[in-house]
Design a protein around this ligand. Structure first.
Ligand SMILES: [Zn+2]
Length: 100
């Protein structure tokens, strides 16, 4: 009986670790999609030009589509941080970032 409880506890811990792993990966993807680097926390810079009354945005994260399976499929997108050189590859659902 004791070994059964021990095995069950180990099983729960492994499930929890897998969940945390995927959750943190998803958080990184969301931060990359919103334009913030998850590694160096650098975000896009917005400049305001008073003479022409316009906003200039300088993106830190540069997404690059490697493979596109159409707007209803999955996309392989490489995110490159211009500040720290972080490079991460994600297969994202097109409904999440069809505009990229
Ligand atoms: Zn960075």
């Amino acid at each position: 009986m004791q070994t059964l409880i021990l095995l069950f506890t180990i099983f729960i811990v492994i499930l929890l670790l897998i969940y945390i792993f995927f959750k943190s990966k998803q958080n990184r993807l969301f931060s990359l999609l919103s334009g913030t680097c998850p590694s160096c926390k650098e975000t896009k810079k917005v400049f305001f030009d008073k003479t022409s009354n316009t906003h200039f945005t300088q993106e830190i994260i540069k997404p690059r589509v490697l493979k596109d399976y159409g707007c209803s499929g999955v996309k392989d997108v490489e995110f490159l941080c211009t500040s720290c050189g972080l490079k991460e590859l994600y297969s994202i659902n097109s409904q999440m970032g069809c505009g990229i």
